[in-house]
Design a binder for this molecule. Structure first.
Ligand code: AMP
Length: 342
């Protein structure tokens, strides 16, 4: 044990063992605490999804919807910026409002349809084909930051055209303490120059492993991270689906596992649920250090693990604080080990 004390690791006085760093940082989520706001820009949509386990023709989805449901378990308010048509269900809007999601920045277009996306997953569930993208209201989306959102502390830029992400940053009079950006290979292919401009203005980039390789032209994720961190972001999170996530910052790396699940029913929105959990934890703790981001990544992984258990955001609506805490401790167990050096 002495060695651990020498290394400066905190020691549990009861067991005389080093405290797992993650266990040490999980604070109980207090009700009635006053949080500053998170602005979340993202799509609110209808999706048609086919997985090896089933098919749905029209359910509520969209990157902004998943972020909002996930983050609202940890913090409020979520100041949503999005656009929907006349077909977006009233009860979905009421449900989100009940959870502290504000709609001042959501435009409802009376004579048009909401964004529609359809995808089909391959047998491994890690890859999918996009079958239909009907932009509908998204085609003319010009996000407006309402006055009531001007003091937000954190900004989550969900996967959308980089030019729209940039416009939201530029409309904010006070720069948020943390700007997180999600994007995808589609924008790298058609709007790389705009994407590069946004990268210069953000703090955290959230992408998956193939996107990191595409953005950097490097196969090694370590080399990719080095290059990407020179493109603007100070932190890079590389999501690896069922293999967890990596956090890079300066010369530091943290590896978070993903919970091995019995069944993955529908991976749609897992990345957005991850982002919502991550942002929710950051807002809950008001701490944007590398150390605290490690915990935020675990919280994000927990929300993603719930998201994939049912079609659409359904599971994110059903779970409560107890379910989240239980799964958080399962995550801690997953990678908590003592090692004796021989
Ligand atoms: P994810 O599985 O995390 O990539 O997110 C899936 C969600 O993103 C779905 O609910 C879709 O409605 C939404 N989505 C898919 N393509 C786009 C796009 N080009 N722009 C905005 N949202 C999209």
């Amino acid at each position: 044990m002495k060695d651990f004390q020498l290394q400066g690791l905190p020691i549990n006085q009861l067991t005389n063992k080093p405290i797992n760093q993650l266990t040490a940082t999980f604070a109980p989520f207090k009700k009635n605490k006053i949080f500053m706001a998170i602005i979340s820009l993202g799509s609110m949509a209808f999706d048609a999804i086919e997985t090896p386990f089933g098919k749905v023709d029209k359910i509520v989805g969209g990157s902004g919807t998943y972020v909002a449901y996930a983050a609202s378990h940890l913090t409020q308010p979520i100041q949503q910026i999005s656009i929907v048509g006349n077909d977006f269900p009233e009860d979905e809007i009421s449900e989100l409002k009940k959870r502290g999601v504000q709609f001042d920045g959501v435009e409802i277009v009376p004579d048009q349809k909401s964004f529609f996306w359809s995808g089909k997953y391959h047998l491994d569930m890690n890859t999918r084909d996009t079958l239909i993208t009907d932009l509908n209201v998204l085609a003319n989306f010009n996000p407006k930051v309402p006055e009531s959102y001007q003091n937000a502390e954190y900004l989550m830029l969900g996967n959308l055209m980089p030019i729209l992400q940039l416009s939201v940053i530029e409309q904010l009079r006070k720069r948020p303490d943390l700007i997180v950006l999600d994007t995808m290979n589609y924008w790298m292919a058609i709007a790389m120059e705009d994407l590069k401009k946004v990268l210069l203005k953000i703090d955290v980039l959230l992408i998956n492993d193939s996107e990191a390789r595409e953005l950097s032209n490097e196969y090694s994720l370590v080399k990719a991270a080095k290059k990407i961190l020179q493109m603007g972001p100070k932190f890079l999170i590389i999501k690896k689906g069922e293999h967890g996530a990596l956090l890079f910052h300066e010369d530091k790396v943290f590896v978070a596992p993903a919970l091995p699940l019995d069944e993955v029913f529908d991976p749609t929105g897992a990345g957005d649920a991850f982002a919502g959990g991550f942002m929710g934890h950051i807002d809950h703790t008001k701490n944007i250090s590398f150390e605290n981001m490690k915990t935020a990544i675990i919280v994000g992984s927990v929300m993603a693990s719930f998201c994939v258990e049912k079609f659409g955001p359904q599971r994110l609506k059903e779970i409560n604080r107890k379910d989240i805490d239980k799964r958080l401790s399962e995550f801690v167990q997953l990678s908590d080990f003592d090692i004796s050096l021989v």
